[in-house]
Design a protein around this ligand. Structure first.
Ligand code: ADP
Length: 185
């Protein structure tokens, strides 16, 4: 299956993507993880991305889209993938459509993880990643509302909502159930 995961920062996309990746036997492709790996290894791409990630801003599309294209061209992604953190705006979504069309592929579903605002803050502050300071979190939430939330409309035909409150196991089961309910076409 080819799946995109969408949800506000703190919704648990990364955690769920890793679990769904095992159950569905498809690679988990996280742009946040790819950026952090490049920053750790001090690659050119990592150096370009650093200040945006640190501020909670989107890394420019030119950098991000190229990175995702390269990753989707790897053999392990040929049969399916879980994209976590990409696309994060509608122009990235347009780019993804083009990349997939070139490969004669299409998305099967867009999973939207829904969580209360209060729960989001408490999850993020508990996590303690270096871009999880209050100011940066607030900016990431604004960026989500402004840039990423429009994808809900964009992907209305593929959208599968998942209640992401509750335990990690409950959420994984709900996501699996929701995917199983999706009509194949
Ligand atoms: P979270 O799930 O908490 O939102 P991520 O690990 O997905 O965090 O992303 C961390 C940071 O990486 C983002 O704040 C942003 O700076 C950068 N990033 C990740 N994905 C993208 C993307 N698709 N486009 C631009 N920037 C991105």
């Amino acid at each position: 299956m080819r799946i995109v995961l969408v949800g506000p920062p703190g919704a648990g996309k990364g955690t769920q993507a890793a679990r769904l990746s095992e159950r569905l036997d498809a690679p988990h492709i996280s742009t946040g993880d790819l950026f952090r790996e490049n920053m750790r290894n001090e690659t050119e791409l990592g150096k370009e991305a650093q200040r945006y990630v640190d501020a909670g801003d989107l890394v420019p599309d030119e950098v991000t889209v190229g990175m995702v294209k390269d990753r989707l061209a790897q053999p392990d992604a040929a049969q399916g993938f879980l994209l976590d953190g990409f696309p994060r705006n509608t122009s990235q979504a347009d780019e993804l459509n083009k990349v997939l069309a070139d490969l004669d592929q299409r998305l099967d579903a867009v999973l939207l993880f829904e969580v209360d605002d209060e729960e989001l803050i408490s999850r993020l502050t508990a996590r303690g990643r270096s871009d999880d300071t209050e100011e940066v979190i607030r900016n990431r939430q604004q960026v989500y509302r402004r840039e990423t939330a429009p994808l809900i409309e964009y992907y209305s035909d593929l959208l599968v909502k998942v209640d992401a409150m509750g335990t990690m196991d409950e959420v994984t089961d709900r996501a699996m159930d929701a995917l199983a309910d999706e009509p194949e076409d």
